[in-house]
Ligand binder design. Structure first.
Ligand SMILES: *Cc1c(COP(=O)(O)O)cnc(C)c1O
Ligand SMILES: [Zn+2]
Length: 404
């Protein structure tokens, strides 16, 4: 039904092989379906609830999945912000509305299900936070232990709280995310834990359903552009892969311009696109308030560069100030609460519209990736503290500048 195929040299591997990189060239693997042998009917999909598992024929899991009912997230029309930018068709897919508050759940429902199907009894990941929160929850649901490695002091408190409460073995590494990922990769190879970072081809299969849901929510219309924040570049690659499969199935006839947004202090993909480099040059010391995309050596860069280039998309960076301003704007003008990394996608649109790169008649879908409550500390720092008053009506009226 499917094989694992190297994204670089096309070497193919059996689906039940526990393997994360190509034995021949060391590059990543992707799940490759024999589309002609699949029978998929749109009507059947449409009768199922909007969720990751609506699309199960295009997912690798064969048995009952480990699920917490992920996906089916809202697609909001950003009416007010769109008007301000002169965009009539600006949308946000709110992935913060997943079970643990980020799109990582789409990947983990598939990844942990596959871990069990492959007979694995423990799972592990390195994480800027959301991956660990999600893995801990799905490992709990699946009844197996999870080890998660976090870069010390650089993870938002809500995410650590989740990983701990769901029973993950949480290890704080005195090093950055990129180093933690190298370490956990070695641990998994040497000790047989199942690795669920975005090097894992099955995880990305779940994440590609973001694109499927967007098409369904727009009643079959392909947006002109999809905009995603880019950290390890797995998500933008996954969405691109999924939409290519819909083309192969004849369900859609074109791809959106895949557009990746990074934080200015952590922008190796943007540099590679701007300078037209064949390969990415890692950023040794990535820095940004948007900790979920504070990644200097994105492992999925090769696929992301292809996705952006082949679809006529673009990559752009935004400053921390622009990110935080958009986080506030989304919260106050649209009622949408997201964490900083998520606001990067919409902040990128604002910048690209102002610089004339985005046309005002485009239909644009931004993926906002994680929930506001993930990172309460960054929120509290930006906002005026509550006004504390004595417990009488007069004090209340004067605090609100009202006459008695
Ligand atoms: C993981 C994550 C990202 C980055 O996604 P990649 O697949 O690593 O590019 C962006 N935003 C949030 C909230 C995330 O959790
Ligand atoms: Zn290869």
């Amino acid at each position: 039904m499917y094989r694992l195929v190297c994204v670089h040299c096309d070497a193919a591997y059996a689906p039940d092989q526990i393997i994360y990189t190509c034995e021949r060239c060391g590059h990543l693997l992707a799940v490759c379906y024999d589309i002609d042998t699949l029978t998929i009917e749109r009507d059947v999909w449409n009768r199922r609830p909007l969720s990751v598992w609506r699309y199960r024929e295009l997912l690798p899991v064969r048995g009952e999945p480990v699920t917490l009912q992920e996906g089916g997230t809202p697609l909001y029309h950003l009416k007010r912000l769109g008007e301000e930018m002169g965009l009539a068709e600006l949308y946000a897919k709110h992935e913060g509305m997943n079970p643990t508050g980020s799109f990582k759940d789409r990947g983990m429902t598939v990844g942990v299900s596959m871990a069990l199907e492959l007979g694995k009894t423990s799972v592990a990941c390195a994480s800027t936070g959301n991956t660990s929160a999600s893995l801990a929850a799905y490992a709990a649901k699946g009844g197996i232990p999870a080890v998660v490695l976090l870069p010390a002091g650089k993870v938002a408190v809500g995410k650590v709280a989740q990983a701990l409460m769901h029973g993950g073995r949480v290890i704080s590494v005195r090093g950055n995310f990129d180093r933690a990922l190298e370490m956990v990769h070695e641990l998994c190879i040497s000790h047989g834990l199942y690795l669920l970072n975005s090097v894992n081809p099955f995880r990305l299969e779940g994440q590609k359903t973001i694109g499927f849901e967007v098409i369904d929510q727009l009643h079959g219309v392909v947006p002109d552009r999809m905009v995603l924040p880019v950290g390890n570049a797995g998500n933008i690659s996954a969405v691109h892969k999924g939409l290519q499969e819909l083309i192969a199935l004849g369900f859609i006839d074109r791809l959106p311009m895949m557009t990746g947004i990074q934080a200015a202090g952590s922008a190796p993909v943007v540099n590679a696109i701007e300078q037209n480099l064949p390969e990415l040059i890692p950023e040794a010391n990535p820095e940004t308030v948007a900790t979920a995309i504070r990644i200097g050596a994105p492992v999925n860069a090769e696929k992301a560069l292809t996705a952006i280039r082949q679809t006529g998309g673009i990559a752009a960076s935004v400053t921390d100030d622009e990110i935080l301003m958009m986080q506030r704007d989304l919260a106050r003008k649209e009622g949408i609460g997201v964490e900083p990394a998520s606001a990067a996608s919409v902040a990128g649109v604002r910048k690209l519209v102002e610089s004339g790169i985005i046309d005002r008649d485009e239909r644009i879908v931004c993926v906002v990736t994680g929930h506001l409550l993930k990172d309460p500390e960054t929120v509290v720092k930006q906002c005026e503290p509550p006004i504390e008053i004595d417990a009488d009506l007069q004090s209340l009226l004067s605090a609100l500048h009202l006459h008695s």
